[in-house]
Design a protein around this ligand. Sequence first.
Ligand code: UDP
Length: 247
Amino acid sequence: MGSVGAKEVPVLLSPEGLRIDGRHLDELRPIRIVAGALRQADGSAFVEWGANKVMAAVYGPREVHPRHLQQNNKAIVQCRYNMAAFSVDERKRPGLDRRSQEISKVISEAFESVIFAEEFPRTSIDIYIEVLQANAGTRCAGIVAASVALADAGIPMVDLLPAVAVGKVGGAIALDLKKEEDNFGEADMPMALVPQSGRLVLLQMEGHMTREELSKSLDLGVTGCRAIYEKMKQALRDRYAGGEAAA
Ligand code: UDP
């Protein structure tokens, strides 16, 4: 253990190349996806991903509020990402802070690029993402949940949208960072992929990487997204093949 100020910096990578929770560098945290977790919404999904717990609800296509946002040639896609006050160790101030607004905006834009919005002119497709428990990677867990919720609502899309964060911890490129890795690592790069075309519709980065590390991170993230994609499709098959009723 080294120390920075009063905070202890954990050892992020063991000499054997294992991470703080024993994972390999290319290993995802366990993921569980339940499609259709809510009764009221048009579509919904609950995602447990490591210690993250995220609920997504989708409404629409429906009337646009506020009305002046209405577009004559397509639906608008409005996402609201919110972290519950009890979702983190230190109580978070409730409400939409700058971070939540930015995340809501980039997620709206990611979905705008995969939803066939022109099929529903003058309507709104509303996506609500509620983070109930957070442990890094919540925007990615939110995208995965929202994507399954959109499919559950029957919204036509080019493809599902798997997402994952890649980063640099202890000098190595690692898949799916957890909280300590996000806090004390050298870089964090969330991304969302359209699996069939290989197009990235969300890519953000904080921290520092070399060009080679960036390229390796993209490859690792794409592989991670493809694995998550399989779990998303399975969640939808479980819901519709089993015909299970919403809770
Ligand atoms: N976090 C927190 N309080 C906040 C915002 C974030 O404790 O107000 C934590 C939370 O665990 C979150 C992590 O920091 O998952 C990383 O946040 P980041 O902004 O990188 O977004 P995320 O990785 O969740 O998409």
